[in-house]
Design a protein around this ligand. Structure first.
Ligand code: PXL
Length: 301
């Protein structure tokens, strides 16, 4: 791979055309400077799976691979202006929404996407950072529930987010199981709900897709040992990529999980905190020789 990049074969250079080889996906999300979650996760995943990501910044965060320190939310006009300008320039095949940041942004994004009712919308309801710091208060959760969920094609909460979105009175006795959470969430409007089981105590991670008729599919994955930063963003973006390419929902959910599992199995630890999924695992070189000198006498390829 590297050899080909550094020594291109000029006979392969093609004439420029107006073809659109990559479906465009508009991503509304926050920036995470550790490169683990948020926009970086979305952009790497979408590009890795053959889409052209259009990044719209909803918030900036101050965080590393271990801790979220602070965040600043964009004004809704800025969010909408970023999106509208590019939406008027090019067709998009899907929307992906991650961190929203404020009730005002929920309202603005809801109005924006309502102008594109035929474009699938994946909402990853980001309520906390990878390290568990809150990123959404109760008003923001209520706004997502009341305004945005009716426009959503696929909602991708983890089990904690599913409970928080489905239970109106968190201090009461109401403790629905995940099937009941999914029923309640579907009643709020999304066409499908994919609840991920990473935070449950089960030996395997169990992810369940629900639709109008109830459970559609259940996938089990061996629980990997690490603590990962950006796995939810990766799964939701991978799902968006497959939907943007016209893959049917059940198959898209299956493929997105298979891709995410591989990114986690190849995860790396760039700092002192969590592991980061390798969204480009398939493009990395095969393992370098441990001691290059041992190979010095080998025949060149
Ligand atoms: O993983 C959820 C997430 C989404 N978006 C941003 C984040 C995080 C987690 O830390 O920082 C910007």
């Amino acid at each position: 791979m590297k050899e080909k990049i550094l020594n291109p074969d000029h006979s392969e250079v093609k004439a420029l055309t107006n073809e659109r080889p990559y479906p465009a996906v508009l991503v509304l999300a926050g920036n995470d400077p550790s490169g683990g979650a948020g926009l970086s996760a979305d952009l790497l995943t979408l590009a890795s799976l053959g889409c052209h990501p259009l990044p719209v910044v909803t918030a900036i965060t101050v965080q590393d691979s271990a801790t979220l320190d602070d965040f600043l939310v964009m004004e809704p006009d800025w969010v909408v202006d970023q999106a509208r300008m590019v939406l008027e320039d090019m067709p998009v095949e899907a929307f992906k929404v991650g961190m929203i940041g404020s009730v005002e942004n929920v309202a603005a994004i809801t109005e924006l996407v309502s102008d594109y009712p035929d474009v699938p919308l994946v909402l990853d309801p980001v309520l906390a950072s990878g390290s568990g710091s809150p990123m959404a208060d109760d008003d923001l959760v209520a706004a997502m529930r009341d305004m945005l969920l009716p426009q959503v094609s696929v909602l991708t909460p983890n089990s904690l987010e599913a409970r928080r979105l489905a239970v109106n009175d968190p201090d009461g006795d109401d403790d629905p199981d995940l099937d009941e959470c999914a029923r309640r969430l579907l009643a709020l409007g999304p066409a499908y709900v994919l609840i991920t089981g990473t935070h449950e105590g089960s030996a395997d991670v169990v992810n369940v897709l629900y639709g109008p008729e109830g459970r559609i599919r259940e996938d089990r994955w061996p629980r990997l040992p690490g603590s990962y930063h950006g796995s939810g963003c990766t799964l939701a973006s991978a799902l968006t990529a497959f939907l943007a390419q016209g893959v049917e929902i059940g198959e898209a959910v299956r493929e997105a999980q298979a891709y995410t599992y591989q990114t986690l199995a190849h995860a790396f630890r760039p700092g002192m905190g969590q592991f980061i999924p390798d969204r480009l695992f398939w493009s990395r070189d095969e393992a370098e020789p441990e001691n290059p000198e041992e190979d010095a006498g080998a025949e060149p390829e």
